[in-house]
Design a protein around this ligand. Structure first.
Ligand code: PHE
Length: 491
């Protein structure tokens, strides 16, 4: 059908859908459908208009052919009368009823019931078949007045409908032949066969909004972690291996000179592992030195069973101790008893666990930003300078230090930063110089100092993203849209 429409327009400026349907003896709707697709492709332009058309019923068609029942009855009666029963025999009951109803209304017929038996009579001397004439007129394209239209509708003979008809003219992309549909993709075959030369391609539509890409997103914590990592790298720190969540009590506590009776080692604060409940401390020599240091300082027997207990690490400071241990192991012990080691800066950002009461700012697990610098002649002033540099990079320009106590550092300082957004001093970390009782057993001489610290990744991220409840940042209550939309952290 498409081809026929296009061909029709090659010799004419315009053609109507009705003409096309009539000339080709097809349903009007078929023409309209085919033309719609041509219009969409720009071959033709369609102008729609509504046209009143008569919908003629089967009954009306019969009237046109045979005359209306009332007129036929009038003719049958001639000059005489006929009992209704006789008429019914000839016309059938239904047609008789129709003839009578309409005939009496138009005063062609009447009914006489005086003899007890209904007798049908003419009521007009002359008559014409008005309904048939009207139907013939409208079928022939003539008009009907509103009264006539109403009467035809009431008698269910004909209704006037609005038909959508179209006038077609050539469109901007007119051609006599239907071209192959434009394709979206250039394929290998097209290149190999050279078909691309004659293929028409769909045009780019630059105004279509791009599809939402729903890929993975980095969690804000990971973004902030990356920022911190980069700062550490730029300051010359190297990353420690902290890829284990389960730690022996030995590395988490004992190596850090935390007494075995210390409350941090209670069930209330620490998650103990039941399977396997213990692990062997393989560094026997170190263990002996640690035992000696503990027993000299705390005056209670030091138990290996206690050191063997497995826990979910409560901090990553055990890894700092292990890193220092490895460093000392790899270094050369000079004849004067000092250690020839490479001074260095180390950091890690990894998960730790504490048996905490959970609230707005506490979770049972969080990430610790751990760091230490090992060298000779490291002073408290050096440490404060390092913190100043580091926190300046994350947007905290004013620092305050408060003396505190840690079993493994002396002196120890809590670090407070002035948060300009919140306009208050907030605790950002804990720090100190590792005690000689800790460094000695690890293999360092008394002239070596280590400044070390731990900072919460979550605290800093909450500040950056202006989050007041830690549950919005971590855990099952996190809104996935927050993760998707959160900007890359800006300091
Ligand atoms: N381990 C400490 C904590 O968990 C942080 C810290 C590390 C303090 C190193 C001093 C030195 O809070």
């Amino acid at each position: 059908m498409e081809g026929i429409i296009l061909k029709a327009l090659s010799t004419r400026d315009k053609v109507s859908s009705e003409e096309l349907a009539a000339d080709n003896k097809v349903d009007h709707q078929e023409v309209v459908g085919a033309a719609k697709s041509l219009t969409a492709q720009g071959y033709i332009v369609a102008d729609m208009e509504t046209k009143p058309v008569w919908n003629i019923s089967e009954e009306a068609k019969e009237i046109v052919e045979k005359g209306s029942p009332e007129y036929n009855l009038w003719k049958l009666l001639g000059d005489g009368d006929l009992p209704q029963s006789k008429v019914q025999e000839q016309f059938g009951k239904e047609t008789t009823a129709v003839a009578l109803a309409n005939g009496m209304k138009s005063k062609l017929l009447k009914i006489d019931k005086s003899s007890g038996q209904p007798v049908l009579q003419r009521n007009a001397a002359t008559a014409s078949d008005e309904v048939r004439d009207l139907l013939q007129r409208i079928i022939g394209g003539g008009e009907a007045n509103p009264k006539e239209t109403e009467a035809l509708k009431k008698r269910k003979l004909a209704t006037l409908d609005n038909k959508k008809v179209f006038l077609y003219t050539k469109g901007p992309d007119y051609s006599v032949e239907v071209k192959a549909k434009a394709v979206g993709d250039l394929t290998r075959e097209m290149l190999v066969t050279g078909a691309w030369k004659t293929t028409s391609f769909k045009e780019y539509n630059f105004s279509v909004p791009a599809e939402d890409i729903d890929g993975g997103q980095l969690h804000p914590l990971l973004k902030v972690r990356q920022e911190f990592r980069e700062i550490f790298m730029e300051l010359g720190f190297q990353e420690m291996d902290t890829q284990h969540w389960v730690e022996s009590s030995f590395w988490n506590f004992d190596s850090l000179f935390i007494p075995q009776q210390h409350p941090a080692r209670d069930l209330q604060d620490t998650f103990f592992i039941s399977k396997p409940a213990t692990s062997e401390v393989v560094q026997k020599e170190l263990m002996a030195k640690v035992r000696a240091a503990h027993e000299a300082a705390f005056r209670t027997p030091w138990k290996e069973e206690e050191a063997k207990r497995n826990i979910l690490r409560t901090h990553t400071t055990g890894s700092s101790a292990y890193t220092l241990f490895r460093l000392a192991q790899m270094s050369e012990k000079l004849p004067d008893g000092t250690l020839k080691f490479r001074p260095g800066r180390y950091y890690s950002i990894d998960r730790v666990f504490r048996n905490e009461e959970m609230d707005k700012t506490h979770l049972c697990e969080f990430h610790q930003i751990e760091g230490f610098v090992v060298g000779r002649n490291i002073s408290l002033a050096n440490m404060m300078h390092t913190f100043d540099k580091f926190f300046r990079r994350i947007g905290i320009e004013r620092l305050r230090f408060k003396p505190t106590f840690n079993p493994y550092t002396e002196p120890s300082m809590e670090i407070f930063g002035f948060h300009t957004g919140l306009k208050k001093w907030i605790e950002v970390g804990n720090s100190g110089l590792f005690r000689p009782e800790l460094l000695g057993p690890l293999g360092f001489d008394a002239g070596v100092s280590v400044m070390a610290w731990g900072i919460s990744l979550e605290r800093n991220t909450m500040i950056k993203y202006n989050i007041s409840n830690i549950h919005e940042l971590f855990g099952h209550r996190v809104n996935i849209n927050f993760i998707k939309r959160s900007a890359i952290a800006r300091f």
